[in-house]
Design a protein around this ligand. Structure first.
Ligand code: UTP
Length: 298
C-alpha cells in the first residue's frame, strides 16, 4: 500500500511584485476572486484531495494571511445575533481546526525550491503535495484530487501539466517527454524557462505537485538555477531515473488561470463571476453592453 498524501505545502513567500502597489500591504494570496481570497480556493482544493495538514511557507508582511485563518468569534456572534445564518455558514466553512495549519518562514525569497525546502522538517518519510495558490484551476473534479487518484497507480513524483503555445514556453518549466500515455506522460527531463526555440515540448508544469520526500536530498545541496533562484523543477528533475521513483506529468481536466499575472487575474474574475448564479445575469449583461459599445465605436 502506498502512503497516502495528507500534507500539502503552500509556498506563499514570494514578493508578488507584479501586483505592486497592492502587494505593498496586501499579500497576493489574500486578493479576492469574487468574494473568496485565492488561498481559500487552494485550501478547498487540498481538502477535497484528502489533505489534513496545511503547511504555509510565508515571509515578512504576510500577517493578513495568518489572520484570515483565525476564527472570528466577534463577527460570528454578531451574525448570529442578526440571524444571518447563511453568512455565518460561509464564515464557518473557512475555519481551520487547531493544529491543522502550520507556518514556516522563508527569510529570503531565494526561489520556489528553497521555499519548499524550508518546510522539510514538517515532512517525514511520506509523499506530500505542493500547491501554488496563484494558479487557480476551475475543474469539476478538483485538480489535486485528480492527481492523487492517478498517483495511487504510479507513485514517484507527479506534476500538473498543460499544453501552452510555443511562444510562451520560456515562461514555464517544460517537460521533456519520454512516453506519452494520454492523460499521463513519463518524463525524461525538465527545463525551467527554456530559451526561445529550445523547449523540448510545449507541455508546461503548473502549480500542483505530488513529490517524494527524497526530493529534499537534492534541495539540501542545491545552488541557484534559472534566474538566480533555487528552482523546484531542477530538484524534481534529479528524481528522474531514480529507482522506484520517476517523474510523471499529469494533464489535468480543467481550466487554469494564472492569477499571479494581472491579465490572468482579471480573466479569472470574469470566469468565476459568470459561474455564480447570483452574479451571472448582471455580469453577462454588462459584458455584452461594453463589447457592443466598443464594436459600434470601431
Ligand atoms: P512567482 O514566480 O509568482 O513570484 O512565485 P512572486 O514573488 O509570487 O510574484 P512576482 O513574480 O514578484 O509578481 C510562484 C510561487 O512561488 C512562491 C510564490 O509565493 C508563489 O506562490 N515563492 C516564490 C516563494 O514562496 N518563495 C520564493 O522565494 C519564490
Amino acid at each position: 500500500m502506498r502512503n497516502k498524501v495528507t500534507k500539502a505545502i503552500f509556498p506563499v513567500a514570494g514578493m508578488g511584485t507584479r501586483f505592486l502597489p497592492a502587494t505593498k500591504s496586501v499579500p497576493k494570496e489574500i486578493m479576492t476572486l469574487v468574494d473568496r481570497p485565492l488561498v481559500q480556493y487552494a485550501i478547498d482544493e487540498a481538502r477535497a484531495a484528502g489533505i489534513k495538514e496545511f503547511i504555509f511557507v510565508t515571509s515578512r508582511g504576510k500577517g493578513a494571511l495568518e489572520d484570515y485563518f483565525d476564527h472570528a468569534p466577534q463577527l460570528e456572534q454578531e451574525l448570529r445575533r442578526k440571524g444571518k445564518d447563511d453568512l455565518l455558514e460561509i464564515l464557518k466553512s473557512t475555519n481551520m481546526d487547531s493544529g491543522e495549519i502550520a507556518y514556516i518562514r522563508q527569510h529570503r525569497a531565494l526561489g520556489l525550491g528553497h521555499a519548499v525546502w524550508c518546510a522539510r522538517r514538517l515532512i517525514h518519510n511520506e509523499p506530500f503535495a505542493v500547491i501554488l495558490p496563484d494558479d487557480v484551476i476551475a475543474a469539476e473534479t478538483p485538480c489535486l484530487q485528480q492527481m492523487v487518484e492517478a498517483y495511487e497507480e504510479t507513485g514517484g513524483n507527479m506534476v500538473a501539466a498543460m499544453e501552452v503555445p510555443a511562444e510562451k514556453t520560456s515562461s514555464y518549466g517544460i517537460l521533456d517527454v519520454e512516453q506519452d500515455m494520454g492523460t499521463m506522460v513519463s518524463v525524461k527531463g525538465m527545463v525551467e524557462k527554456p530559451e526561445k526555440g529550445s523547449a523540448p515540448s510545449n507541455l508546461a508544469v503548473i502549480g500542483r505537485y505530488i513529490l517524494s520526500p527524497t526530493v529534499f536530498r537534492t534541495l539540501n545541496k542545491m545552488k541557484s538555477g534559472a534566474g538566480g533562484e533555487i528552482q523546484l523543477t531542477d530538484a524534481i528533475a534529479q528524481e528522474i531515473g531514480v529507482e522506484g521513483s520517476g517523474v510523471y506529468g499529469y494533464r489535468f481536466r480543467g481550466q487554469r488561470f494564472d492569477c499571479g499575472s494581472k491579465s490572468g487575474f482579471l480573466q479569472a474574475t470574469v470566469a468565476f463571476g459568470l459561474a455564480r448564479d447570483d452574479l451571472k445575469a448582471d455580469l453577462e449583461a454588462y459584458l455584452h453592453e461594453i463589447m457592443s459599445t466598443r464594436k459600434a465605436a470601431e
